[in-house]
Design a protein. Sequence first.
Length: 129
Amino acid sequence: MKKFRRPDPTAERLQQLGLDRRAADRLSRHGTVLNIDPGTVLCRTGERGTQAFLLLDGEVEVVTAADTITVGSGAVVGELATLDPHRTRNATVTVTGRVRILVFDVATYRFLAQQAELASHLAPERVAA
């Protein structure tokens, strides 16, 4: 007898953004989906990293001391300070249009970022601005 698998729209969206099914399922199960209105600040420069955000749909503006960039669907923001307990946020991230995000608390994000199939997406090798 075949098991019926209920569709998971979040996991399906993550697959559309390039993650394989197993990784998409894990992220969907462990994160919380939120719909955020324009103008909402997700995190501010100098704060401790208590959450990381994976953008499912929409765009955010990332303002650092050196630059301002816009990132969209599939991007992860807030991960550097979330992964490193000694680091504070190096950017202020503001929602520019309605977005749908997947939010992870510190413990969950750190655990997921250590998993081989998720590390390259959740813990990219880059330097904080």
